[in-house]
Design a protein around this ligand. Structure first.
Ligand code: M6R
Length: 361
C-alpha cells in the first residue's frame, strides 16, 4: 500500500499535489466558491479556532488569512488550554475545530464546551464519520484521503487549503473582496498543485542538506507573518521523527531571547519567500550570521539572489503568491524532516512515544 515508496510519510508528502487539487475541486467550481449554504459569515463577528499539534498550526496560519483577507477578528487556541480556561464566547461568533482524525480527546472536549454558546460549530476534518464531524453543526472534509504516517503532512496542507477557501468565503460575505481579487486568489490557489510538483522535485538536494542537518542537536526555525506558524510546524515535524531538538520562532522574537542560542552548532532554518516582510527577515538572518550562526535559507530565486550569499545552505523554491506561500513551503519543511530522519535511521512512520490519534488526555 506504500505504492513503491519506502514509507507512508514519503507517499503522503508526494500525494499533496493530487489531494490539494481534490480539495480545490470540491470547494471551487467553474471559478466560483462552492461551500455549503450554511457557510455564511455575514452575521459572524468573531471566529475562534481550536485544535492540537499540526492542526493547531494550520489554524495559526489561517488566522492571518481570516484577519488580513476577511477582516474577521480571529483567535486561536490549543484545545487542552481552551477546554479548561473556559473562555467567554459570544452568541454571534463561530467556533471552528480542525482535526485530521476527528477523534482527538482535547479537541472534542473543547468542541463540547462551545455547544450552545456560539452561533455555529464548524469542523474541518479528514474523517467525515468521526466524533468531531458528527458533533459539529457543519463538517467540511479536507479531502486528504487516509493518512497513515504519524507525522501529519498531506492533512496539514489540505487543512490549509480548506481554511483558505473558508477565509475567502468570509471575505466575500463581509464585502471585503471584489470579484477580481477573489478570482486572483482562486487562481493563486489553483497554481499550488503545479508549484508543489516543482517543490517535490527538490527532494534530492534537500536530502543532501539533511545529511548534514542530521548531525545537529538543536535547530531553530524562523519565519515572519504566516510563515511564523510554518516555522512552528517545521520544528514539530523535525522533532517528531528525527528526535532532534527544534524550536520555531517568529523572526522578530530572535533578539528577545533565542539569539543567545546561536552558535555554529545550531543550524537556523529561515522560511522566507520574497514578500513584503523579506527585508526584515534578512536583517534577522544577518544578526544570526554575525554571531557565526549557520543559516539555511528557503526562499525563491529572487530572495536567494538578494540574501543567499553568506548562507550555509539555500533551497530555491518556485515563486508563489504571498498569501498562500505557507501551503507550498510546507513541502521543504516536511522533506527536511523526512530526510533527516532517514539519515539518522529512525522509524519514520512510527516515531517513538507517539500515536496517530490522541484519544486520551
Ligand atoms: O487528528 P488531529 O488532527 O486532531 O491530531 C492533532 C495532533 O495530534 C497531530 O497533528 C500531531 O501533532 C501530529 N503527530 C503532527 O505531526
Amino acid at each position: 500500500e506504500k505504492a513503491g515508496y519506502k514509507h507512508f510519510m514519503a507517499k503522503e508528502i508526494a500525494e499533496q499535489p493530487v489531494v490539494i487539487a481534490d480539495a480545490l475541486r470540491r470547494y471551487v467550481q467553474n471559478g466560483a466558491l462552492q461551500l455549503p449554504m450554511e457557510v455564511d459569515f455575514s452575521a459572524v463577528d468573531r471566529l475562534t479556532m481550536v485544535a492540537c499539534g499540526t492542526a493547531s498550526y494550520a489554524c495559526h496560519v489561517a488566522k492571518y488569512w481570516f484577519e488580513q483577507i476577511a477582516g474577521l477578528p480571529c483567535e486561536i487556541d490549543i484545545a487542552s488550554e481552551f477546554r479548561y480556561r473556559e473562555p467567554p464566547l459570544s452568541p454571534n461568533q463561530w467556533a471552528l475545530f480542525v482535526s485530521q482524525s476527528g477523534e482527538t480527546a482535547d479537541t472534542l472536549a473543547a468542541l463540547r464546551y462551545t455547544r450552545d454558546k456560539v452561533a455555529k460549530i464548524v469542523a474541518v476534518v479528514n474523517v467525515p464519520t468521526s466524533s468531531i464531524a458528527r458533533e459539529s453543526d457543519l463538517a467540511l472534509p479536507i479531502m486528504a484521503g487516509i493518512e497513515v504516517g504519524v507525522a501529519s503532512t498531506k492533512a496539514f496542507t489540505c487543512q490549509l487549503t480548506t481554511l483558505a477557501l473558508l477565509a475567502l468565503k468570509a471575505a466575500v460575505d463581509r464585502g471585503r473582496l471584489t470579484p477580481e481579487t477573489l478570482a486572483t486568489h482562486l487562481s493563486d490557489l489553483a497554481a499550488l498543485p503545479g508549484l508543489m510538483n516543482h517543490a517535490l522535485a527538490l527532494g534530492a538536494s534537500i536530502a543532501a542538506i539533511a545529511e548534514e542537518l542530521s548531525e545537529a542537536q538543536d535547530v531553530l526555525f524562523l519565519g515572519r507573518g504566516a510563515m511564523f506558524p510554518l516555522a512552528l510546524e517545521g520544528a514539530l515535524k523535525l522533532k517528531e521523527i528525527s528526535y532532534i531538538h527544534a524550536e520555531g520562532y517568529a523572526s522578530g522574537e530572535l533578539k528577545h531571547g533565542p539569539i543567545a542560542l546561536i552558535s555554529p552548532q545550531v543550524p537556523v532554518i529561515v522560511l522566507a519567500p520574497r514578500d513584503h516582510l523579506f527585508e526584515k527577515t534578512v536583517s534577522n538572518m544577518q544578526e544570526v550570521m554575525a554571531r557565526h550562526g549557520k543559516v539555511l535559507l528557503i526562499s525563491d530565486a529572487k530572495g536567494i539572489a538578494e540574501a543567499g550569499m553568506e548562507c550555509w545552505k539555500t533551497i530555491t523554491m518556485p515563486e508563489v503568491s504571498d498569501a498562500f506561500a505557507p501551503i507550498l513551503y510546507a513541502i521543504p519543511a516536511q522533506l527536511l524532516a523526512y530526510h533527516t530522519a532517514i539519515a539518522k535511521g529512525t522509524d519514520v512512520d512510527q516515531p517513538r512515544n507517539l500515536a496517530k490519534s490522541v484519544t486520551v488526555e
